[in-house]
Design a protein. Structure first.
Length: 143
């Protein structure tokens, strides 16, 4: 049983790393890394999101968010400004360049999912999604 759990954790990590490499290869022409793809979707979904909120939603530390946002800003994908209501907060907004990249990023996520689940039945995909959702919820509770 312990070896099965070890394989589970190894496989989850492997899938995550392969997904990042897949996105790297397909988004490189846009100037977006595979790791930054989640930032693109989240910032476009929630324009004006604070850096702290972004860290919470993406489950990464604030210093990682700061580094990634600096790169996205340097490449013209976002603008950052102080919140009017709380000057301590930096709010993040997508630029037109990021908005134009969003459909490509979404397609990249969809093609990865489709490639990964190719050959699985709808029932298997549904079961997998249900179980992974339970694991994700449990993982969030352990932070």
């Amino acid at each position: 049983m312990a070896e099965t759990r070890g394989n589970l954790m190894h496989n989850i990590g492997l899938i995550s790393r392969c997904a990042t490499l897949y996105r790297d290869a397909r988004l490189e022409h846009l100037g977006i890394s595979g790791y930054q793809a989640s930032y693109v979707t989240q910032i476009c979904r929630c324009p004006g999101i604070s850096q702290d909120q972004l860290a919470q939603k993406l489950h990464v530390n604030r210093s990682s968010v700061t580094r990634q946002l600096a790169m996205l800003e340097e490449n013209g994908f976002i603008t950052r400004c102080r919140s009017d209501s709380d000057r301590r907060l930096m709010q993040v907004y997508p630029t037109e360049k990021m908005k134009q990249a969003l459909p490509v990023v979404r397609e990249c996520f969809h093609s990865w999912r489709d490639s990964l689940t190719e050959g699985l039945s709808e029932e298997e995909i549904s079961t997998l999604e249900r179980l992974l959702t339970r694991l994700a919820e449990r993982a969030e509770g352990l932070q």
